[in-house]
Design a binder for this molecule. Structure first.
Ligand code: PMP
Length: 435
């Protein structure tokens, strides 16, 4: 395990029994903890940061240098080509995808193809901006490439963009992004990869534009790749962001302003109006450098071993249903017969010191599809006057600092909860979960 390289001191959390237990974080798909060395470097930098690209003081120059270097480090980490592409700093994946949805400036009739396995952040921003079509998933929840191809053929030449997740936050399913890129390019469409669940768990190479398998756009969040909150990335062709006006305007993204005209500055500043989050960019870049040093391939291999171990052990639990198939990253969503997902999540938190996530994980359509629930019945629940527990799942999502011992502890607790479920149910009241 990469535990010592990633985490600092072990954290203990209180339980209802009055004991403090070492915290087990199996909710890495939501956010990973910040790398300990990065936290230390950030603390140093907090005494040195200043506005970037503005002041002439030493601190400003230093911050500007760090900020510019961060863009380069991020590009290197995912194999982006800075001659034709640019790295735009945003606050998270959601902002990155929304930004692109505005910057593509769709004409009436333009089509975007997304899929039925997307997080809301890669679905909602496209609605009402283009004609949005969804490629289907199969019964296991794997993307149906045949259906995607049919949509590309049917809507050619109006398809501007194919947008898919690199890895799902529900099933962990890995999409063959380069194969999808090649399909999209064959129909003269571009591709966006929502890399929120991919970049921390799998090597990514956007490739040169001359390669038909290249990735045009990539979005991801710092807080899912061992940096703290507040920094995210949108990478894409410079030409997209040089066309027309930037999304935001104000300080920092102009060269010259007269009463009637504005001369926008170059990229990436052009798309980063206002004082940027220099500490966030610095932290993200440093965490990528540490990951590179540890070897992202090694981390991925370790996580795969952990995934297989966890899956094999979970499968033996009575009444368990695990969703999805392979290939996948180390995200496992499941239900246990007779135990509501939210109840199980609460018991794990308050008895076992284990953090998981329950519900629909901001991917309601995909989760409902996997559960075999149709849209009509769900709106009936929501429109009802009584708050109700939405159907959902329990998700564990692993990272390179988790260990087999932690999985063993989870399993011990799940076995105990299943065996004594009547007692646990008596003691726990739980509130409805939405989203
Ligand atoms: N896409 C996927 C696949 C995700 O898992 C997430 C976060 N759960 C997002 C997008 C949104 O990321 P953020 O909240 O950092 O914007």
């Amino acid at each position: 395990s990469f535990r010592r390289d990633i985490l600092g001191v072990e954290q203990k959390v209180p339980t209802l029994g009055g004991k403090y237990l070492p915290y087990i974080n199996f909710d890495n798909a939501a956010s990973t903890p910040a790398l300990q060395p990065v936290v230390e470097e950030m603390q140093d930098f907090l005494q040195w940061y200043s506005g970037v690209h503005r002041g002439t003081g030493y601190k400003s120059l230093l911050s500007s240098q760090f900020y510019d270097d961060s863009h380069e480090t991020i590009a290197n980490f995912v194999g982006a080509d800075l001659d034709s592409q640019c790295v735009i700093m945003v606050k998270n994946t959601t902002e990155a995808i929304n930004k692109l949805s505005y910057r593509l400036r769709f004409a009436p009739g333009d089509v975007v193809i997304s899929s039925m396995m997307e997080h809301h952040s890669n679905d909602l921003p496209w609605r009402n901006k283009a004609r949005l079509k969804y490629a289907r998933v199969d019964q296991q929840g794997l993307l149906d490439l045949g259906d995607l191809k049919k949509l590309l053929q049917l809507y050619y030449p109006r398809v501007r963009l194919v947008t898919v997740c690199g890895a799902s936050n529900v099933t962990g399913h890995l999409n063959p992004i380069h194969q999808i890129a090649e399909m999209a390019h064959a129909y003269r469409a571009e591709i966006l990869v929502d890399g929120a669940q991919l970049v921390a768990h799998h090597p990514v190479n956007m490739m040169k534009e001359s390669d038909p398998r290249h990735i045009d756009y990539l979005a991801f969040s710092g807080h899912k790749i061992y940096a703290p909150f507040g920094s995210g990335v949108l990478i894409g062709p410079r030409k997209t962001f040089l066309q027309g006006e930037p999304e935001y305007s104000g300080g920092g993204n102009v060269d010259l302003v007269s009463r009637n005209k504005v001369w926008w500055t170059g990229l990436p500043d052009r798309e980063e109006a206002g004082s940027p989050n220099v500490i966030g960019a610095f932290a993200l870049a440093r965490s990528l450098q540490y990951l590179q040093k540890m070897g992202i391939e090694k981390l991925a291999l370790y996580e795969e071993e952990l995934l297989l171990y966890a899956r094999e052990r979970l499968q033996k639990l009575p009444g368990i249903k695990i969703y999805g198939s392979f290939p996948r990253v180390a995200v496992i969503s499941f239900n246990i017969k007779g135990l509501e997902h939210a109840l199980l999540g609460s018991i794990l938190c308050f008895e076992a010191g284990v953090g998981v996530r329950t519900g629909c994980f901001c991917a309601q359509g995909y989760v409902r599809n996997l559960l075999g629930i149709n849209e009509e019945s769900i709106s009936a629940i929501y429109e009802g006057k009584e708050p109700a527990l939405l159907p959902g799942m329990l998700r564990i999502s692993l990272a390179a600092y988790n260990t087999r011992e932690e999985i063993d502890r989870l399993l011990k607790w799940l076995e105990r909860i299943i065996a004594h479920q009547a007692d646990f149910k008596k003691n726990y009241l739980f509130s409805p979960s939405f989203g």
